[in-house]
Design a protein around this ligand. Sequence first.
Ligand code: TNX
Length: 639
Amino acid sequence: MSYRIDLTVLSEQKQFCRFGATLHNLSDQDLINWKLQFIIDRYILPDSFTNGDIEQIGSFCTVTPEVSTLKANQHYYCEFSINTAPLRYYTDGFKDALVLECDGEIKHPVVVTPIALASPYRERSELPEVEACQLALVPKPNKVDLQEGHYLLSPNSQITLQSIRAEKAATWLQVELESLYDFKTNPIGHSDMLFRDNPTLDEGEYILTVSGNGIRLEAGSAAGFVHASATLLQLVEVTEQSNTLKVPCIRIADRPRFRYRGMMLDCARHFHSVERVKRLINHLAHYKFNHFHWHLTDDEGWRIEIKAFPELTEIGARRGVDMELVPQFSTLNDVHEGYYSQDEIRQVISFAAERGITVIPEIDIPGHCRAALKALPHLLQDTQDQSQYRSIQHYNDNVLSPALEGTYQFLDTVLTEVAELFPSPWIHIGADEVPDGVWVNSPSCKVLMAQHGYHSSKDLQGHLLRHAEKHLQALGKRMVGWEEAQHGNKVSKDTVIYSWLSEEAALNCASQGFDVILQPAQYTYLDMTQDYSPDEPGVDWASTIPLESAYHYEPLKAIPDSDPIRKRILGIQCALWCEIITHQKRMDYMVFPRLTAMAEACWTDKSQRDWTDYLSRLKGHLPLLDRQSIKYRQPWKNK
Ligand code: TNX
């Protein structure tokens, strides 16, 4: 180890903190004409920086020190401030660091020590001890009638279809019985797993009956059959005999509480392979989710192949030191790259459809567009624009211009390809977090504003989104977007709003006549830390979300059942933003077991939900997670 960097909190207040960083030259060579690079996801106030200058693009920082030589066995020290909340977790500190010499020609890796936090070490909180429940069903079905005895699935067991709608569910059940329990059904055996149409059952609803004669799965929809299969997969118990499973005799009549039950995955901040995406979608099916919201583009990466614009992925899907997109969030030295070809996307869509899940793509505009802007500057950059702005993630060049022809050409072409590729009736266009100050000093935006009598940047954003909405409508699609999509009051009430700030904001949209999906960050963001110990990975800008808080998310608590506004709330979605999700293990840790708590908020009636009861079912359910090698966060310390 030749170079090491330490970061220490010097002082902290609610919205202001000061830090000291020390770079140790532990080598036996002087560093000459050197620079320091590091990654941190807070904005460093440039004027607060001592002993050098800092330049920051997103989370990527380059320091030019005041003194250009750092002697062997000496150290360099700098201080700086942020005007945001204190750091509480090790993952808040430097993620990586690098020393550059000779104009970047020589790179020296730097060991990063864990940040010395100001706050005292906080113990991880403990869950109450509970007995593992035998009938470990998650989410809890709405009506369960447990009976005496068991039915044995044997080497002679066969799946029989009396409904064409059940075909996909039956295949999925077969695949999962084999992968989870090493159980093979017999194509010419005794028909004891029967899928049967029941036209009295609504979308998603099912009845599952296990008796001495066998197992019957009834539904009126393809999704209902998938949900029935998911329940059956949680009911089976292994036995000593090979290819023999035990299922308790039972009758379950079950239906979803909300018709939209979703999860969003951010594949832009870090790329996740097709295999990883499918793995997650399969888990979603086990918990009766029916939508997968695929966040495919953002400032830090464009992940979907667009045939008309190969630059979007040639340039926009790669980050590295000497590239158009500089490193962000994780390593400085490695190239981070990846995108999904249209063929791979089709594969994912059909994999999801086989599990009752609709894939909703998101192309995030007009903010969060840095990757697209860097890839297609000739179309998208407004070279006359002198506006000064800084986005939440510290970019000053990430917003599309509503006054450029190229913006519309880009948007129409991309949305047309996306609409052709995805059978989903909904297309998500983002619309979140356009920074203040954008467009104000753009001559062409001023002209556009004057032409239409617009007064603010919100009007301009609305102008662009209304265009997107009309284009999507012409392609037979419904536009959906984050909460800010209704800013400027230009899109129609046909747009579905995904509300992430608060329930109040969601209800405000619903009362204006928008359909709404609830995704409040304080409860449903799986990138939030799960406890108060500093070694918990994650962020906490919205909250820390222990399992108990996730479980206790109860939407619309204050709204009477009779209030018609409830009809506008279509459902719930949880989200995994992936700034810190760099590998499968981290993903599993952040997702599980909180996903199971979210599933219950989506599926199970309020009257059926109980924290302690959930915990005992969760305890009984953990072995099934183990069978899938899911590296979940241990809910109990000494499992
Ligand atoms: C907010 S919620 C964002 C994302 C970040 C996330 C981090 C929303 C629409 N935008 O861009 O990744 O916070 O938690």
